[in-house]
Design a protein around this ligand. Structure first.
Ligand code: 9D3
Length: 250
């Protein structure tokens, strides 16, 4: 997968390539990240990339001319869907990430200031993508989120560690609690089942915790899921234990 990123802050985007899974994926040549800076496509001495909005008001708008030259330079070297990161975009979901992961190449356009001249959207943008309903200062963190989330899904990038993610049970559920050594932390113990060596019991406990955590913290996710009779029974068990543990006896 190749990511071609159009950004006024290439060093910010490059940060995602320098650590962890994305870095490993680049070393394995499963991923390539190339940045192009619209400022390098300005023609004036001040290298101006923004201008005041028609109609007045606060903030600045990214100028169309350097953006168009940058996009066209990129497009004649690479073909791929051009995704504009913007608060007006379609919200990113894991399903969207999976669909992006099928592409051989993505061109990611990052806006700054109040955004880009609308005519760039009309002329060049294939889709508009938001990473959530909160206000960022520009599209770069969005592009980095896309690069990270897509890279994890590419064949050969993750080892066996995430195979649970592939199993259909885990889909759309929150994760179970995790523990590592030591056995005792400030008087708090590890659940006994995790030290039992009983793999069936451990798997059952983890499923129950996943259902329980989702029920407690993200009922919206649970509502979207079709639980089997066995899953419903596990969740009922969790709810029963939760109810008992939260009852105050006075
Ligand atoms: C405070 C400025 N807002 C005026 C009503 C509009 C606005 C303009 C530009 C808000 C944010 C931005 C910059 N944001 C992005 O480029 C961005 C973004 C985001 O802010 N939230 C979620 N996903 C994304 S992807 C790109």
């Amino acid at each position: 997968m190749q990511f071609v990123v159009l950004t006024l802050f290439p060093e910010l985007v490059q940060a995602v390539t320098q650590h962890g899974i994305v870095r490993r994926a680049i070393e394995q040549q499963a991923v390539k990240v190339s940045c192009y800076n619209p400022r390098d496509y300005t023609l004036d001495v001040h290298r101006t990339v923004d201008d005041r909005p028609y109609g007045g008001g606060p903030g600045m708008v990214m100028k169309s001319d350097c953006l168009l030259r940058a996009i066209r330079d990129v497009r004649q070297q690479y073909q791929g869907r051009l995704v504009y990161l913007s608060p007006q975009g379609e919200p990113l979901t894991q399903a969207k990430v999976q669909s992006f992961a099928q592409e051989p190449r993505l061109i990611l356009l990052c806006g700054r200031y109040e955004g880009i001249d609308e005519r760039i959207l009309q002329l060049e943008v294939d889709e508009e993508c938001s990473i959530g309903d909160y206000v960022l200062s520009g599209g770069e963190l969005g592009a980095m989120v896309l690069i990270d989330s897509i890279t994890r899904l590419l064949p050969g990038v993750l080892g066996h560690e995430d195979s649970a993610e592939q199993d259909s049970f885990a889909e759309g559920l929150l994760d179970c609690p995790h523990y590592t050594r030591p056995e005792l932390v400030e008087g708090l113990e590890v659940p006994a089942v995790l030290k039992s060596g009983n793999h069936a019991a451990i798997a059952r406990w983890r499923k129950k915790q996943m259902l329980g955590a989702t029920w407690l913290k993200r009922p919206d996710l649970l509502a979207k899921k079709d639980l089997s009779a066995a899953e419903q029974a596990l969740l009922n068990e969790f709810r029963q234990e939760y109810k008992v543990s939260s009852e105050v006896i006075s």
